[in-house]
Design a protein around this ligand. Structure first.
Ligand SMILES: [Zn+2]
Ligand SMILES: [Zn+2]
Length: 438
């Protein structure tokens, strides 16, 4: 039996920061390090937080998935770690289905080689509505199968895309192959951005000669890095773990080689209401935020809201954002009456507290970057000047452990880089740059 751990909300928020130091381990961890890492892995097995889907950080030392790939083998060699390593590898279902309220389920995405969004599932009197479709059709197909096995045999007849990002929409095609007619619902802007940006960004991610899309994964380079690590390692356990990850990335690259987006078939500007026998679903645009087209799915009778990436635990993704307008978008969302937040990544939230912290961080960082930029400061200047200790909103959100300050600095640097050239952008012109890494 793995040890049992209890985690507070604050500890859950800190997972990415707790994990980061382990990415730098070059040799077998000490017993204390291993115990700490096991704690975090155990939590991930239980809850699967995907904290930073849009980080531009390079593969090694960045994502939870990378850390699981690298970290597990390190622990697996350690006497404390073998049971946990085995049980983690044995986890096969891509999603953990959780019941949130009557007829409402949350599909928490488990770690995979690449980010997958969570999904929300609403069961109606005759069929099923799913919110968000992950990063590739095979993941969406896996969720469709889990819904059938674990929730209901009713067919999925509606799919909602909260926003255009690859990790929420590239699986849409799976819903075209279920044998049922499925409406795909999104905002007009999301449809436009999907058709404009998904293919060139995916090509950049799969092209070894490209720096890769900003704020997203460079799959070809990850594969190259992993193969190099496998070549250098002597540990069979390590090799097996890395090769599993390589196989996942290769299967993604093969599956997505000729990808064309499956676009929304039902679109709207501001609001679209679905009325069911026992509840309504309000699909609503609350203004520019994470992108120009984010919508939420609000169910007043069940006091549930699905927020996509407009809000999720951890650091926000600024790549396509409107930083000055984002807090107002969140204020508008927060005015709705709900008790349960189903975010695009990370765990269900049962209060508005962390969403409020996320809002305040966006506002504070944006103000700081605007002031600095107007004074002629570069990205590097701002990254030097805006420190963890100077951001009050982070303290209020509980992200201030001394042991993790390096990690926090790094996340803030990424956010400054992500927002710098968008920080005063307030309108959508209809075209967006592909934005590759520099
Ligand atoms: Zn996302
Ligand atoms: Zn997103």
């Amino acid at each position: 039996m793995p040890p049992q751990f209890e985690f507070s909300r604050e500890e859950v928020i800190r997972i990415p920061f707790l994990l980061r130091p382990f990415s730098r381990l070059q040799s077998r961890p000490t017993a204390a390090e291993a115990a700490r890492l096991l704690t975090v892995i155990t939590l991930l097995q239980r809850s699967t937080v995907h904290p930073r889907p849009h980080s531009r950080r390079e593969f090694l030392g960045c994502s939870v998935e990378a850390l699981l790939g690298i970290g597990v083998w390190q622990v697996a060699d350690h006497p404390l770690g073998s049971a946990q390593a085995v049980s983690l590898a044995a986890t096969t279902a891509l999603f953990e289905i959780q019941k949130v309220a009557a007829d409402v389920y949350f599909a928490l995405a488990r770690p995979w080689a690449l980010p997958n969004s969570n999904a929300a599932i609403f069961v109606t009197s005759s069929d099923v509505l799913v919110v968000d479709a992950h990063s590739h059709p095979a993941a969406a197909a896996a969720l469709i199968a889990q819904i059938k096995n674990e929730i209901t045999s009713k067919p999925v007849r509606r799919l909602v895309n909260t926003h255009f990002h690859w990790d929420h929409t590239q699986g849409n095609h799976a819903y075209r192959t279920t044998g049922s007619e499925v409406d795909i619902i999104a905002s007009n802007t999301t449809k436009q951005l999907m058709s404009q940006l998904l293919v060139p960004r995916l090509r950049a991610a799969l092209d070894p000669a490209s720096p890769g899309p900003r704020g997203s994964q460079q799959v070809a380079r990850q594969l190259k890095d992993l193969r190099e690590i496998v070549r250098r390692t002597n540990s069979e356990t390590e090799k097996a773990s890395l090769q599993e990850r390589i196989a996942q990335l290769e299967s993604f690259a093969a599956e997505m080689k000729d990808f064309l987006p499956t676009l929304p078939t039902v679109t709207f500007d501001n609001s679209y209401v679905i009325r069911e026998k026992s509840y309504d679903l309000h699909l609503e645009f609350h203004g520019f935020g994470h992108t120009a087209g984010d919508i939420v799915v609000f169910c007043p009778q069940r006091r549930v809201i699905v927020t996509g990436d407009a809000y999720h635990p951890g650091f926000p993704g600024f790549t396509d954002s409107y930083p000055q307008r984002w807090p107002k978008c969140l204020d508008s969302i927060a005015n709705l009456q709900f008790d349960h937040i189903l975010p695009g990544h990370g765990m269900v939230q049962h209060s508005k507290q962390d969403m409020n912290g996320h809002r305040n961080y966006i506002e504070e960082l944006t103000e700081r970057v605007i002031v600095g930029k107007r004074a002629g400061q570069s990205i590097a200047d701002l990254q030097r000047n805006i420190t963890v200790t100077s951001l009050k909103s982070l303290h209020a959100r509980g992200l201030t452990l001394a042991e993790t300050s390096d990690s926090l600095e790094s996340d803030i640097k990424n956010n400054i880089d992500g927002m710098y050239d968008r920080v005063e952008k307030t309108s959508f012109t209809g075209t967006e740059p592909v934005r590759l890494r520099e």
